[in-house]
Design a protein around this ligand. Structure first.
Ligand SMILES: [Zn+2]
Length: 203
């Protein structure tokens, strides 16, 4: 099947032709990957005869898929310009990410709240990591919602919730950022990110 047609299944359709051209232009091996909890996407620079490689999780909603894809292409472009001489999410990367988002803003690919969250992220000099909470929450709002799956911050205090591996916890107070939760079987305390995905166990 034509590359653009495949990409249209994962991206906002108006964004697919340009991403398809980038894959060719940057000679990048682009892989739609299984879902990884630790990251949305990944860029690997040329190494031992292999070229640029980007992978993006298959189960992201189209807006999150696009933001992740542009994030990774900005790493590629930054690597072409500077190789290992700059920090992964330093100013050089930020400038490239900003510039590479522009064509999608011009095509009005994003709903206004996402445009706003990305703009705020790009203009915040402190936003150096892949995991900006506000941007993440805004993107997540466009996921197709699974019944009982939620995030720790949305649970009421003291309710029980379950992780994918089956362990059960009781939600506790929020400390500075993370929530203090108790594993029911061991009584041990664990700190959870507000956006950790969990399943609410309702009585
Ligand atoms: Zn990154």
């Amino acid at each position: 099947m034509d590359k653009t047609k495949v990409l249209e299944k994962y991206l906002p359709p108006d964004a697919a032709p340009l991403i398809s051209r980038w894959i060719d232009y940057f000679k990048c091996e682009f892989k739609i990957s299984r879902s990884r909890n630790s990251k949305f996407g990944d860029y690997r620079p040329p190494f031992q005869g292999k070229g640029h490689r980007i992978s993006v999780n298959h189960n992201l909603n189209p807006y999150a898929f696009l933001v992740t894809t542009v994030h990774e292409f900005a790493h590629l472009h930054t690597w072409n310009q500077h190789q290992h001489k700059v920090r992964p999410h330093g100013n050089e990367w930020k400038l490239n990410f900003k510039a590479m988002m522009q064509p999608f803003f011009e095509k009005n690919v994003f709903p206004p709240d996402i445009t706003h969250a990305i703009t705020a992220y790009l203009n915040n000099p402190g936003a150096s990591s892949c995991s900006d909470l506000n941007l993440y929450r805004t993107l997540r709002a466009y996921d197709v919602v699974k019944e009982s799956v939620t995030t720790v911050e949305k649970l009421p205090l003291n309710v029980l919730f379950k992780l994918k591996d089956g362990r059960v916890f009781r939600k506790g107070e929020q400390l500075r950022k993370r929530f203090r939760c108790t594993e029911v079987s061991t009584k041990r305390i664990y700190l959870f990110s507000p956006v950790a995905e969990v399943e609410w166990i309702k009585d």
